[in-house]
Design a protein around this ligand. Structure first.
Ligand SMILES: [Zn+2]
Length: 210
């Protein structure tokens, strides 16, 4: 969800900073792993909406954002090193690799600046039933019940949802199509649109291990 119609919405509630250790350091020291891990290698300090996010919400979100940082790094390396892989063609068809790389790089950079946006939890914008939403003009992201019920990695997961929402915030991607089948069709038939569609980035990252 992008909720473009809500652009300009003000963040009414105060914000608070919470720190959490995202997880044990795993994997090879130094370089970027070639396959996404299940345990974050990164620590992230998110800026939570003080009123809406419980301690348990914060822990769940901190883990998902940390893992998103790791998985986007793997995805960026994938497209830079193997731009014509089957995986890239599946999710982006013949779209310009430069554009895909630009979006993934923007996502990685914004994830590395977690104090530059606010995260809310199960607030009133969740009533419309999205897993999550983003208000780019307010640098705000909200996460809803569906997000907290989703699994950590894989298709339609918490980690992938963070990537989806961050692509709206960092690179102003749109929601042209949702869902695996339709986004794959988009990559085949309208690759330029796939390269600007948030779900294509979500699935590209979520299915790196397949
Ligand atoms: Zn969206």
């Amino acid at each position: 969800m992008n909720f473009k119609s809500l652009l300009g919405l003000a963040v009414a509630a105060g914000v608070v900073v919470a720190t959490a250790q995202a997880g044990a350091q795993t994997g090879k020291p130094g370089g970027t792993p070639t396959r996404p891990a299940e345990t974050p290698r990164t620590t992230v300090t998110l800026r939570f909406d003080a009123k809406s996010c419980t301690a348990s919400d914060r822990a769940v979100l901190t883990e998902a954002f940390a893992l998103a940082i790791d998985h986007v790094a793997v995805g960026l390396r994938h497209i830079r090193e193997t731009p014509d892989s089957q995986h890239v063609r599946t999710w982006f068809g013949t779209a310009p690799r430069k554009q895909i790389t630009f979006v993934l790089d923007a996502v990685a950079r914004r994830l590395a600046q977690p104090q530059s946006f606010t995260v809310s939890c199960n607030d009133n914008l969740c009533r419309q039933g999205p897993m999550a939403y983003t208000v780019p003009s307010a640098s705000r992201m909200g996460f809803c019940q569906g997000f907290f019920r989703a699994r950590l990695t894989g298709e339609d997961s918490r980690t992938g949802t963070v990537v989806h929402e961050m692509s709206h915030l960092a690179a102003r991607t749109q929601d042209h199509m949702y869902g695996r089948t339709r986004t794959r069709g988009l990559s085949a038939k309208q690759p330029d649109i796939a390269a600007n569609n948030a779900d294509n980035y979500e699935y590209f990252i979520e299915t790196l291990n397949e």
